[in-house]
Design a protein around this ligand. Structure first.
Ligand code: TGC
Ligand code: FAD
Length: 388
């Protein structure tokens, strides 16, 4: 079978550095060779392919846009391209990498003590330690500022109580960055597997992101040493700064899922004969394919521009919100149209489209729902917060 060539209608390749192209090609080849052949089995079984974690670490994609501490030190655009290629495989694979790098390594790198950085980051970059990010609670999703999880100062330790839910990688994690209130102020705490009172029951029954491990974090009088607080940040801006990085990666990743659906649709339409012709010869089908190409191309230009602004340190959270909401929205619509082009076959796991469509329903909701990003932009436009 011919190797996957990507989709590059506007020759975006010419705008990339040699290093960025190299990363993209490496991750593309790995995803194609190692991940795509096994993903449907894992999605069916509801498991993440943990045996691949050392190879994911070896590829250098964990914390790849962080500098020092054996992290990759690459551009944000390189990180985006890696997310794109990983999510062409499955959103669960990109989620695994996003959470590790953007939501766990980043806050340790940005807000941690030197000792915390030395202890966790090199091993996390290699995939020897896996982390998860605990912000969402059963009653506080879009409004994380209302969280009930709290910490109490108790001599030489902190004692944490509360529950987080919908936590990606929690069942696999060696450590969790947990956001909790200390004296009413949100702080970040590093909780390790093995700390008394810490457990991560797996959540079952998902129709979406089946190949991603999702769990709760339960903290019952969980006692941790004082040196596990992230010293350099206070307030909601701590977790929100991490989300900027992850949302940026998602804006690229969603394009990967959209590209997988576009390519599958094109191939299917050229081969499926109805009324004596390939369905690709009907104007309505061509219209759908042209619309997919148009939206993916616009999304690529958007992601690249935001990536370059991020590399210059000039991007705002609102600009990232627009990229996340647009690219996930179009990817979800493309996955649904793609399922339609595949007809009944579109619901089979012989084709990737239904899996991508189901995954993208989660991606549309996590890291800020589509409408929360609308409200973030609405506040930027009007100066009026419509959250409450
Ligand atoms: P608000 O008054 O807006 O802000 C409070 C403080 O936070 C600061 N801030 C930010 N800082 C940096 N980056 C951002 N994006 C920021 N957004 C807000 C803000 O400047 C302020 O700082 P300060 O110093 O003045 O105190 O807070 P609000 O309570 O009105 O809520 C804002 C809102 C709704 C936008 C925010 O809470 C939100 O985005 N909600 C969505 C929650 C969310 O995205 N959760 C994600 C959980 S993690 C996840 O889903 C991982 S899935 C991973 C995977 O599997 O890939
Ligand atoms: P809600 O906040 O209850 O929203 C429900 C609906 O109400 C949405 O349509 C929303 O847009 C709308 N709504 C809410 N408030 C407003 C408003 N003010 N105005 C208008 N509409 C509003 N969280 C983590 O902390 N770590 C993780 O690793 C993580 N991984 C996840 C993995 C998966 C597979 C999923 C599905 C979720 C994950 N999440 C994680 C949680 C995710 O971030 C939340 O689901 C998300 O923030 C939305 O919260 P909610 O589900 O409670 O929905």
């Amino acid at each position: 079978m011919a190797r996957y060539q990507g989709l590059d209608f506007y020759n975006i390749d010419a705008q990339l550095t040699e290093e960025e192209r190299m990363v993209r090609d490496l991750v593309r080849k790995w995803t194609e060779d190692k991940f795509v052949p096994i993903i449907e089995g894992h999605a069916r079984a509801g498991t993440f392919p943990t045996h691949l974690i050392p190879e994911i670490g070896e590829m250098g994609v964990l914390g790849m846009n962080l500098h020092g501490y054996e992290c990759g030190g690459m551009s944000n655009v390189a990180y985006g391209l890696a997310c794109q290629e990983l999510e062409r495989g499955d959103s669960g694979l990109r989620s695994f990498v996003s959470v590790q790098g953007s939501l766990v390594m980043f806050p340790i790198w940005r807000f941690g003590s030197e000792a915390q950085k030395q202890k966790y980051l090199p091993k996390m970059a290699k995939g020897e330690l896996i982390g998860c990010f605990g912000l969402t609670e059963p009653d506080f999703g879009s409004n994380p500022g209302g969280m009930l999880t709290h910490a109490v100062d108790d001599g030489d330790s902190y004692v944490l109580n509360g529950a987080k839910m919908w936590i990606t990688n929690a069942p696999l994690a060696h450590l969790a960055v947990v956001w909790a209130k200390l004296d009413g102020v949100i702080r970040g705490f590093i909780v390790e597997r093995g700390d008394a009172g810490f457990s991560t029951p797996e959540m079952h029954g998902k129709h979406s992101l089946r190949a991603s491990a999702t769990g709760e974090i339960v903290l019952q009088d969980c006692r941790i040493p004082k040196d596990r607080i992230l010293p350099e940040v206070r307030g909601l801006k701590g977790p929100m700064s991490c989300l900027n990085n992850a949302r940026f990666g998602i804006s690229w990743g969603a394009l990967g899922a959209a590209m997988a659906c576009y390519h599958s649709s094109r191939d299917y339409a050229l081969n499926r004969i109805q009324f004596g012709k390939p369905i690709a010869s009907f104007q309505l089908v061509q219209n759908k394919l042209a619309w997919m190409l148009r939206e993916i191309t616009k999304g690529q230009l958007l992601a690249l521009h935001v990536g370059r602004m991020k590399d210059e340190g000039k991007v705002t959270p609102e600009q990232i919100s627009l990229a996340k909401m647009n690219n996930v929205d179009i990817a979800l619509q493309i996955a649904r149209v793609s399922r339609d082009i595949h007809g009944a076959n579109g619901i089979l796991d012989e084709y990737p489209v239904m899996r991508h469509a189901a995954n993208l329903e989660s991606v549309y909701t996590y890291e800020g729902t589509h409408d929360i990003h609308n409200l973030i932009l609405g506040r930027w436009i009007t100066g009026i917060s419509a959250f409450e």
